[in-house]
Design a protein around this ligand. Structure first.
Ligand code: UT7
Length: 324
């Protein structure tokens, strides 16, 4: 019997406040032209004062549950990917659990920065395939605006806030020749690259929250190589080629990275789901936010081959391949 995890619902939440490139140009020495040309970003959402990562996550999770047509009572696992938790502890996932009224099962956070959603998905998929959970909420939620150095033009223009969530449910596809659900996951990390992308604070180092620091061009180079190589790995593991991909839903860090990855794989740019123009880089939230758009506007259809991939601080990178 083949037990697989199928996506049965999706939701998102974006803070109301839109911040344009022109607005940022009043704050730091930058321009709408530079930001659009170098990154593809036009605007981003920024959380209101007092609006926390858990608030974003709860909203997205409620919408995902209602799109799946289930209630919190049906959920037995929450895996929340974030690098910007409400507090050092407890896990932001437990706040989501309490707000949803879910009292059974387990809820915890995982931290792989921009690759967080892929890590969370892989963990939830393992729980489901092993029978330890049947219905999981997988959430990516971030308030990166809280860890940006708003004086540093090389980073503050790149990020935004938001949350996306999916419902993942176990299905026994024993008689299908082409079973639906997650077909494979591929995770990597290489901690030697810490200094390329990190936050210069934390409870056990400085006892402060710190600010994001990034060697942009160095990260760019690794991102293009790692994203293309993990995609190749996911395709090879499933005896597929780039031609089999219906939709690529990548982490949204830079439009030029997405274009280069598509070029490397000879994948048509129309098959790449892009939201970076409106959301900027929302770290662990970017993939479920992009998924939400491609599901709700009807691009992603049942049985489509959908590949998600990401690369982030650490470095961490990974991919998941799904027959939708
Ligand atoms: O999500 C996690 C993974 N993150 C990523 O994948 C991000 C990867 N990196 C990138 O996306 C790009 O490297 C950036 C968008 C961060 C930077 O673009 P770049 O084309 O690599 O620019 P650069 O850092 O090489 O800077 C080029 C020039 C520099 O000026 P000089 O030295 O040539 O005079 C920068 O000082 O652009 C300048 N610059 C800016 N100018 C206007 C840097 N930031 C800005 C800015 N506005 N905001």
């Amino acid at each position: 019997m083949t037990r697989r995890s199928v996506v049965t619902g999706c939701g998102r939440y974006l803070p109301e406040r839109i911040v344009t490139n022109d607005e940022l140009a009043k704050r730091v020495d930058t321009s709408d032209e530079w930001i659009q040309q170098r990154t593809g970003i036009c605007e981003r959402r920024i959380a209101a004062d007092g609006e926390k990562t858990s608030d974003l996550a709860i909203n997205a999770a409620q919408k995902a549950l209602s799109s799946a047509g289930i209630s919190a009572d049906d959920v037995d696992l929450i895996v929340l990917a974030t690098a910007t938790p409400d507090e050092t502890f407890p896990a932001t996932a437990t706040r989501v659990q309490a707000a949803l009224g879910m009292t059974k099962g387990a809820a915890f956070d995982i931290q792989a920065v921009c690759t967080g959603f892929i890590y969370a998905l892989n963990i939830a998929d393992n729980f489901i395939r092993l029978g330890q959970a049947n219905t999981a909420l997988v959430i990516g939620a971030e308030t990166f605006s809280r860890i940006l150095d708003w004086e540093d033009r090389s980073t503050c223009v790149l990020f935004g806030d938001g949350a996306g969530a999916i419902v993942l449910q176990g299905t026994d596809n024993s008689d299908s020749a082409a079973p639906r659900g997650i077909l494979s996951n591929h995770l990597h990390s290489d901690g030697r690259h810490h200094d390329c992308l990190y936050v210069d604070g934390g409870p056990s180092s400085t006892q402060t929250v710190g600010h994001l620091r990034m060697e942009g061009p160095e990260v760019f180079k690794h991102a293009v190589n790692n994203m293309a190589s993990v995609l190749g790995e996911a395709l090879a593991a499933n005896d597929m080629t780039a031609e089999d991909i219906d939709w690529l839903v990548p982490h949204q860090a830079n439009k030029r990275i997405l274009d280069s990855t598509a070029r490397k794989l000879k994948l048509s740019r129309e098959k790449v789901v892009i939201t970076i123009d409106r959301h900027a880089n929302t770290s662990a939230a970017s993939i479920p936010l992009a998924l939400y758009e491609a599901i709700t506007d009807g691009r992603i259809q049942e049985d489509d081959i959908v590949v998600m991939e990401a690369m982030g601080g650490g470095f961490t990178w990974g991919a998941s391949l799904i027959r939708w």
